[in-house]
Design a protein around this ligand. Structure first.
Ligand code: CP
Ligand code: NVA
Length: 307
């Protein structure tokens, strides 16, 4: 693997499988009480410029279970929030830590941090990508739908946001069939689509964009959705609710998917908006496995990068 984990697009052939295999092993070890202190004495710095429940807790607990420790670094109370350049922060933190996790706005901030840091940098969500979440989703898919991800048809329905972009990269690397349904005005990032289509040629993945949610979910094994207003878009919430209304994942839409189809959601979920309470609760076992799997997938990524 590369020094950093910023984007699934950067991964070498076989990296996705290696991460998922290790994640499954670490999960089994944790469940059976087998010690796996692969990061004994190591410290992860966790830079947060946006809110988080799952990411913060799963990275911190993950480091603890691996024998290391984690430091929460909010931009509100570090000098980052007062304008210290990212390249200086990177060089300072590299003198104390063994790895850095960052959740920020511009993807370029995470890239710049990685360029200047002498230690691994993990992307824990940018406006462009949320790769740790998609690795957790893929681990969940393996558990619920079998190991061969390339046999699955996945429909992503809603906003062409950081999750949609990361699914494009993930599907392209694993040979999945992915259909992304968004309004014309909110399609995934153009460069991401171009890169994913290029990767898809090597793996046989099938990637389609549509504006029709019914077409996307037709015979799908998995339906994925996410909030219609991502962090930083709160002011547009009411406008977005109207635009995305036809993209709600509800029982009528799910009837068009395969009858054994599962629904995934990275959380937090807004019931009555992108997903109905009925569909959410019918898939709660999968959705909370998905949340749990953040822990195991990230433990694998940290072990591979920092071990
Ligand atoms: N899914 C996810 O990243 O959740 P948090 O924003 O709570 O970390
Ligand atoms: N797309 C959402 C994901 C939250 C985990 C956001 O960026 O806010």
């Amino acid at each position: 693997m590369d020094k950093d984990f910023l984007s699934i697009h950067d991964l070498m052939p076989g990296d996705v499988e290696d991460i998922l295999d290790l994640a499954a092993n670490l999960k089994a070890m944790q469940e059976s009480g087998v010690p796996h202190r692969y990061l004994e004495g190591k410290t992860l710095g966790m830079i947060f410029e946006k809110s988080s429940t799952r990411t913060r807790v799963s990275f911190e607990v993950g480091m603890y279970q691996l024998g290391g420790s984690a430091l929460f670094l909010s931009s509100h109370d570090t000098q980052l929030g007062r304008g210290e350049p990212i390249r200086d922060t990177a060089r300072v933190l590299s003198r104390y830590l063994d790895g850095i996790m960052i959740r920020t706005f511009a993807h370029e901030t995470a890239v710049e941090l990685a360029e200047w840091a002498g230690i691994p940098v993990i992307n824990a969500l940018t406006d462009l990508l949320h790769p740790c979440q998609v690795m957790a989703d893929f681990l969940t898919l393996r558990e619920h739908k079998g190991k061969d991800l390339s046999s699955l048809k996945v429909a992503f329905v809603g906003d062409g946001n950081n999750m949609a972009n990361s699914y494009l990269y993930g599907a392209a690397k694993t040979g999945m069939t992915l259909v992304v349904a968004t309004p014309k005005t909110h399609q995934p990032d153009k460069t991401v689509v171009k890169n994913a289509l290029k990767d898809a040629k090597n793996t046989g993945a099938s990637i389609t964009l549509t504006t029709d949610p019914a077409e996307a979910v037709k015979d799908a094994d998995v339906v994925v959705t996410d909030t219609w207003a991502s962090m930083g878009q709160e002011a547009e919430h009411d406008k977005r609710k109207k635009i995305f209304a036809p993209y709600q994942v509800n029982t009528a839409l799910m009837k068009k998917a395969d009858r054994r189809a599962i629904v995934m959601h990275c959380l937090p979920a807004y019931r009555g908006e992108e997903i109905t309470d009925e569909v959410f609760e019918a898939n709660a076992n999968v959705i909370f496995d998905e949340a749990e799997n953040r822990l195991h997938a990230q433990k694998a990524i940290m072990t591979l990068l920092m071990g």
